[in-house]
Design a protein around this ligand. Structure first.
Ligand code: CO8
Length: 262
């Protein structure tokens, strides 16, 4: 399918490749309109279905990962339009259906819906110029795609409240200190580092990769006891796989594993 608001690419030279999705509405700082969110969802699901892809990177430009939902598209909505037409809600959860790891490589602004999309990803890597925030309060609304839920889980209640209640931005360094991002990387090296991380993930046993993602998100997005119980069940199930036998056998024999499902 031809996309207008995103670019897609496949990178890497191992048996499993990395799907790269670049948000591409440069004039609007990658503001997330309906078409972009539709295209992002389709590209994510296409990479998820593709058995030659092991992981996915979502990135933006050097100036903006995404400066939020498109305010000009929403400005004249009334309550019924926002609710009934499902215009701004139907396509925001697709990213959560993806089973493969999704890495957000964030440079520049990740604000409002942009910060929310980054938080829906499994790992967030930040360029040193990245700025995170939920400035919805400044335009008379509240976050609508998980910001009030995922931000406190990511950085704790007090820091999240301060950001949410003031709309101020967080630097990449502060975001790393708070645990919102896993690493800060010089802007020029962001994609190289993101691709290197994906190559490391792609070399692992893919059922384990997908189950770890499912397990972490199960607990992160629900209660701890449910997550721990779920973890026990999937842990047991892996003892029915060849990769478990190979992985543990290789350790005992002091050699590198040759996973079948990679
Ligand atoms: N929507 C639409 N256009 C935008 C947006 C946006 N979110 N952000 C920037 N733009 C546009 C500007 O209007 C401007 O366009 P033009 O050149 O035609 O005037 C262009 O991008 C460049 O922006 P600026 O001139 O403002 O550039 P600056 O460098 O001065 O500032 C900022 C950059 C700080 C990013 C600034 O543009 C800004 O504050 N943007 C708005 C940030 C914001 O409020 N984001 C939250 C939006 S609301 C939201 O995300 C709710 C999500 C709910 C999802 C619900 C799903 C169910």
């Amino acid at each position: 399918m031809a996309y207008e608001c995103i670019l897609t690419d496949v990178r890497g030279d191992g048996p499993l490749k990395t799907g790269v999705i670049t948000l591409n509405r440069p004039k609007q700082m990658n503001a997330l309109n309906d078409q972009l969110m539709d295209e992002l969802g389709e590209a994510l699901m296409a990479f998820d279905r593709d058995s030659s892809i092991g992981s996915i990177i979502v990135t933006g430009s050097e100036k903006a990962f995404a400066a939020g939902a498109d305010i000009s598209a929403m400005a004249d909505y009334d309550h019924m339009e926002a609710f009934h037409r499902q215009h701004i809600s139907r396509n925001w959860e697709t990213i959560r259906q993806v089973r493969k790891p999704v890495i957000a490589a964030v440079a520049g602004f990740a604000l409002g819906g942009g910060c929310e999309v980054a938080m829906m990803c499994d790992v967030v890597l930040a360029a040193d110029n990245a700025r995170f925030g939920q400035p919805e309060i400044k335009i008379g609304i509240v976050p609508g795609a998980g910001g009030t839920q995922r931000l406190p889980r990511a950085i704790g209640k007090s820091k999240a409240m301060e950001l949410l209640l003031t709309g101020k931005f967080m630097t990449a360094e502060d975001a790393e200190r708070a645990g919102l991002v896993s690493r800060v990387i010089p802007l020029a090296n962001l994609m190289e580092e993101a691709l290197a991380l994906c190559a490391q993930i792609n070399a692992q046993s893919q059922p384990s990769v997908m189950m770890i993602k499912e397990l972490v998100n199960e607990s992160f997005e629900s209660g701890l006891s449910t997550g721990v119980r779920y973890e026990r069940r999937l842990f047991h199930s892996l003892f029915g796989t060849q990769d478990q036998r190979e992985g543990m056998g290789a350790f005992v024999q002091k050699r590198a594993p040759e996973f079948k499902h990679r």
